[in-house]
Design a protein around this ligand. Structure first.
Ligand code: SF4
Ligand code: SF4
Length: 382
């Protein structure tokens, strides 16, 4: 069964464009970003609103390909297509964009974007290990704070940063509580609905309203659990989804998994839980604490990225997963290479099987994806 509270989350995305326009008219300032490495606390501390930018629809890809190579990943081409055609209300209404040099395609896209939108591009180290990398990233986050202050005409104090840390930590804790309910059997929330909630969070500009609705959803799910109800039968095979971001518009693999009768019990990627994993430390320098939290993001752009391997082996146990589906966009070299490494690691640490699906935003390979997923589900014994 589907919780009634999902009706609220269904309504968030259709209303988000109108909501940003009306808040902008009331004098609110928005700062756009694409990636989990963007330090959102700095935007909140400055009194502005962080907004995730559109990058998950196929429609603007043809426009993106006018300036970018066709063999770039669809996420980059979609982001750029939305930006140059001015079809993303969130991009259009942002004062400036915080970009990052996580992968080659994105950093070159940001160079092009700089010609028509004010940008602050943060240089991300290639590794999260080592004092040099840590200090360098802290200096980049300090530069980001200076740029946010300059561009918004404000001063960001330590007290404001601490306030933003506490607000966003509270929201991360709430999202972790919600996700953890799916350790139950039967799973309480479908993967598609979990994605809808994480996506709604990106487009709800009033944090208190969003949090209140998540709390009500958690209460409803707990009541379902007490009655032995769930989103799937108890016998449904349990799948964790990992890999590239797969937001609304690019959720076709999740849809196929659940249409095939399996339950997506956890979404590890950046459209799911990756950004909610760790809190920002509340002691010491708030600026350094913000920097350290973001540097620990287990993204394949890091070399090595052992944190993701360990995380998935642990999640497989915690969520009683029967399999992991690793989605990689065509043209995303880092996640593609890491898929084999991840499969081998999982084979040695718990033995949960991994299926890699390499695809893009088109619907042309849906039949093939369905056949592969059904074959793997058939092989998994319960
Ligand atoms: S996968 Fe890596 S580069 Fe992409 S949004 Fe997540 S953290 Fe950023
Ligand atoms: S999916 Fe891969 S190639 Fe695409 S933006 Fe993310 S890290 Fe870069």
């Amino acid at each position: 069964m589907r919780p009634e509270k999902m009706n609220y989350f269904d309504s968030v995305i259709p209303n988000a464009s109108a909501s940003i326009k009306s808040m902008k008219d009331q004098g609110k300032k928005f700062v756009g970003f694409y990636c989990v490495f963007a330090p959102q606390e700095l935007i909140v501390a400055a009194g502005a609103v962080p907004v995730t930018l559109c990058a998950t629809k196929e429609e603007p890809i043809a426009d993106g390909e006018k300036h970018l190579p066709r063999n770039f990943c669809p996420l980059i081409k979609s982001s750029y297509g939305f930006a140059i055609t001015e079809k993303c209300a969130f991009f259009n209404n942002s004062e400036f964009i915080i970009g990052e040099t996580t992968c080659d395609g994105k950093k070159k896209m940001f160079e092009l974007m700089e010609s028509f939108k004010p940008m602050v591009v943060l240089e991300v180290p290639q590794s999260a290990k080592g004092e040099t990398q840590k200090q360098f990233w802290r200096s980049e986050v300090a530069r980001c704070r200076d740029e946010v202050e300059k561009r918004l005409g404000v001063t960001i104090t330590d007290a404001q940063m601490k306030g933003a840390i506490s607000e966003l930590n509270a929201q991360r804790a709430l999202m972790r509580e919600l996700a953890s309910l799916n350790t139950a059997n039967p799973a309480l929330l479908s993967g598609l609905d979990m994605l809808k909630v994480t996506w709604a969070r990106n487009f709800t500009f009033d944090r208190a309203t969003f949090n209140a609705n998540v709390k009500e959803l958690i209460a409803e799910l707990k009541a379902m659990k007490a009655k032995g109800e769930g989103a799937f039968p108890k016998t449904a095979k349990r799948i964790i989804v990992t890999g590239v971001p797969t937001g609304i518009g690019a959720e076709k693999v999740l849809k196929v998994i659940e249409e095939s009768g399996a339950a997506v019990v956890y979404i590890e990627n950046c459209s799911g839980m990756k950004q909610y994993l760790d809190d920002v430390a509340t002691s010491g320098s708030p600026l350094d604490a913000i920097a350290d939290k973001y540097l620990s993001t287990p993204c394949s752009c890091m070399s090595p990225n052992t944190g993701r391997l360990e995380l998935l082996a642990n999640l497989a146990k915690e969520y009683h997963a029967d399999g992991i589906v690793d989605i990689t966009w065509v043209g995303c070299h880092t996640y593609n290479v890491e898929s084999r490494v991840l499969r081998e690691y999982l084979a040695k640490h718990g033995g949960v099987p991994l299926l890699q699906i390499e695809t893009d935003y088109s619907q042309g390979d849906l039949g093939q994806i369905r056949t592969r997923i059904e074959a793997v589900l058939e092989m998994i014994r319960k």
